[in-house]
Write a protein that binds this ligand. Structure first.
Ligand code: GTP
Ligand code: GTP
Ligand code: MG
Ligand code: MG
Ligand code: ZN
Ligand code: ZN
Lengths: 206, 206
């Protein structure tokens, strides 16, 4: 049985476990350093009044992101992938076994910084969110069609640096909609929190 | 035979072909959008007076980087990896068969934007150069030790944005030297070309 179909099977099983525990899970993907952790921090701030939030932070070998996220959420688990360049459904299956599932209703999963492989390895989340930033240049979307085709929400971050970079966030948004007209695209500044309210709206949490 | 040792074998063979043709090859790796293409453009500008330069540009599906580099170099070949997140020695072997090797003496290989897998897949180049930029944040080096351990030259780019990002390029340089004290680390601005002369010096071309 191929690696991808085995992963698909495990992802479907993860989804079943999340649904049984009434947890909505969001797979947060994006380029290296695009702002995934900063975005999750902002989302937790905006959601924690009415929710109990858990986080699985994926990274090669460090605990840096898990440490940064611990300040805001109830349960943060760091998963180290060693040399693997993406999270997979098996790592998530094992992580779920180490989380008190009855105590959370939203789960953010920060994927490894990579615009290529996570598109091929679903984790069983309900929503797939991709974060890119204007500092990566104007070709980010057109160069990585597969991941944007799979995204429910796309965040174009670091809009405060558009002028210095000579890159238009609005043009990047257009590029996304050309590939995937059903994607919700939001422009953000994850230092000030601009745009985060709009993302929370598209996520439709109660 | 494992995937990695098969790749190692093909890399050694590529190296042999390059040496027979008296070509110095540089594997240019780095994060997505860190400035690899901009750096190669700058290096070509600084070197073309005394050299004949070829480029292999690696990307998923587009020809964007090859197009941008064609203006400055004698032979530019685009290699598309499809869904593979790194170049491998086999793709380079086939690319070398499509380049007039007698007509170049320097070959730049732009790897796919990824700080993880290229560390595991040598291509047979003489030098390994890694480009990161201050806009990815302060943890880039400590989070990806393996690739910096393998690097001969490390470029910290977009230094014009240090203040706005609140990220110190000098600190990133220190982080590299802690992991790999033999690496040459150069700070650059690939829009103005600042720092490029220093990289050319470390490359020791005649
Ligand atoms: N100027 C600016 N900087 C930002 C913005 N959002 C995040 N940053 C900075 O960008 C850097 C990277 O942010 P992170 O949140 O760590 O990015 P990440 O995607 O989680 O990074 P990795 O997990 O390491 O791939 C940090 O220095 C942040 O402070 C923004 O909107 N504007
Ligand atoms: N402000 C600033 N922008 C830069 C600098 N170097 C490159 N850029 C910009 O950064 C963006 C990405 O540059 P590229 O050279 O395409 O980066 P890359 O690493 O080749 O990108 P990919 O191949 O797509 O991964 C472009 O918009 C460049 O103009 C720099 O030193 N400062
Ligand atoms: Mg992070
Ligand atoms: Mg490029
Ligand atoms: Zn991968
Ligand atoms: Zn990979």
């Amino acid at each position: 049985e191929s690696l991808l179909s085995k992963n698909r099977e495990l992802a479907d099983n993860n989804r079943k476990i999340l649904d049984e525990n009434e947890i909505i899970a969001i797979d947060v993907m994006g380029s290296i350093g695009s702002g995934k952790t900063s975005l999750i921090k902002n989302l937790i701030k905006g959601l924690k009044a009415g929710h109990r939030i858990g986080v699985i932070a994926g990274d090669l070998t460090t605990e840096i992101d898990a440490e940064r996220l611990r300040e805001g959420s109830t349960q943060v688990l760091q998963v180290n992938t060693g040399k693997e360049c993406h999270l997979d459904a098996n790592l998530i299956k094992r992580a779920l076994e180490n989380i008190k599932l009855k105590e959370i209703d939203i789960l953010f999963i920060e994927n490894v910084g990579n615009l290529i492989c996570p598109a091929e390895f679903p984790l069983g989340a309900h929503k797939r969110l991709v974060v890119i930033s204007v500092t990566e240049g104007p070709y980010m979307v057109v160069k990585h069609p597969f991941i944007f085709r799979e995204a429910d929400i796309v965040v174009i971050n670091k809009i405060d640096l558009q002028v210095q970079m000579g890159v238009s966030a609005a043009k990047l948004k257009e590029d996304v909609l050309k590939i995937n007209k059903k994607a919700k695209v939001v422009l953000t500044n994850c230092v000030t929190g601009e745009g985060v309210k709009e993302i929370i709206k598209c996520m439709n949490f109660q």
